[in-house]
Design a protein around this ligand. Structure first.
Ligand SMILES: Cc1ncc(COP(=O)(O)O)c(C=O)c1O
Length: 380
């Protein structure tokens, strides 16, 4: 860890008393994000209802996100959750014709599958691509995607085991059949460079509470510019209108930009936090963060395998994100035991999830591995 990163770690008070390795669930609170929330209260007290300022904050949150994924401002909607983003997109898709298939992987966060299955009432047919062990290979999508596929909806990094899909290959497969691709990058944003233009992805969603270091209530939907005119969401509201302050109760006139996927009053408080969190990420740079996380996850994998623990995450570093999962036959007990040793991790299925960020260091890895060794009867 360079001195720079260790001095940034000082801005996260939790490290004074805990080893925090649960960024896949919630980013650690920094003094920057805390100060941003204090600024919200200050502005609220000082100005009462500074909506002009708050709308500027919303636009700043939009621009901050655009910078992270190389999108233009008119391609990004600011929403309140990934679920809201996908629901707005779903409402704009037509499933009444021949092209009614939605292909999802079994690695999706449940909200994704749930929203697509909800579209069955509107004619959608949802096809699942199952996992083969701890991966879903691009070739498995080749059988499922055909000329009837409207959308391929895939996670970037699986929330259960950290597995990273071969996104460029899946996008190529989908586009070759005329299907569009929605990428759920929630578990990847803030941990690695993502370039929507280089990926040529059609839609991308994510939010700010995990590796972007803010809190819940603010998420995004990227829509490739040329697709916007053909997409007219019915999940909508006054903040989706071309002129928000038209206040016209007699007509719906959606914005020509991705704002058409927004709905009601924006999540003002968390726009403060989002900007502070994303600023921290940008100060360090995504390339450097990816490299650092790679060192930390590499050390966790190596230490776990040397001790004979059962690694659920693919070993190949190009096939996983910032999340390493270990099989445990009593995972809830293991999470509790680690918590008693001031180590914060989480679980899904029977997997212990260990998710570092730039603020973790090798001392954290050693504390974790020593503790896991003490409780190895829960792992092997
Ligand atoms: C990959 C992924 N997608 C979606 C979600 C849920 O997003 P939201 O609660 O903003 O709808 C999560 C939350 O953990 C996630 O990990």
């Amino acid at each position: 860890m360079t001195s720079d990163l260790s001095s940034l770690r000082q801005r996260f008070p939790i490290f004074q008393h805990k080893v925090y390795l649960n960024s896949c669930s919630q980013g650690a609170l920094s003094s920057d994000v805390r100060a941003a929330y204090e600024q919200l209260f200050q502005d609220w007290i000082e100005f009462g209802s500074p909506w002009e300022q708050w709308v500027e904050r919303l636009e700043a949150a939009r621009h901050a996100f655009c910078g992270l994924i190389n999108a233009d401002a008119d391609e990004v909607a600011v929403t309140t959750s990934v679920s809201a983003s996908i629901s707005a997109l779903a409402s704009a898709l037509d499933f009444s014709g021949e092209r009614n298939k939605v292909v999802v992987s079994d690695f999706e966060f449940p909200t994704v599958g749930q929203i697509w299955h909800a579209q069955e009432k509107r004619g959608a047919q949802v096809v699942h691509v199952g996992a083969a062990g701890n991966t879903v290979a691009a070739e498995q999508f080749a059988d499922a995607i055909d000329e009837r596929t409207r959308l391929v909806s895939i996670t970037h990094v699986c929330y259960r085991n950290g597995s990273m899909l071969d996104v460029p290959a899946i996008i190529d497969l989908a586009h070759a059949k005329g299907a569009k691709v929605l990428l759920d990058s929630y578990q990847a944003l803030g941990t690695m460079p993502i370039d929507v233009k280089a990926l040529n992805v059609d839609f991308l969603v994510g939010g700010v509470l995990k590796y972007l270091l803010a809190s819940s209530g603010l998420a995004y939907l990227y829509v490739r510019k040329d697709l916007l005119p053909s997409l007219d969401p019915t999940y909508t509201g006054w903040f989706a209108q071309a002129n928000i302050f038209a206040m016209d109760n007699n007509a719906h006139a959606p914005s020509p930009t991705a704002r058409r996927f927004e709905t009601g009053s924006p999540p003002v408080p968390v726009t403060y936090a989002a900007q502070a969190g994303i600023n921290l990420i940008r100060t360090i740079g995504l390339g450097r963060i990816q490299q650092h996380i790679g060192q930390i996850t590499g050390a966790i994998k190596e230490g776990a395998m040397r001790r004979g623990f059962n690694l659920v995450t693919p070993v190949d570093p190009s096939r996983h994100g910032a999340l390493i999962a270990l099989r445990s036959h009593k995972v809830d007990l293991l999470v509790k035991r680690l918590a008693a040793e001031q180590i914060v991790v989480s679980s899904r299925d029977n997997n212990l999830r260990i998710s570092p960020h730039f603020y973790n260091n090798m001392a954290d890895v050693n504390r974790l591995l020593d503790a896991l060794t003490r409780h190895k009867e829960l792992l092997v």
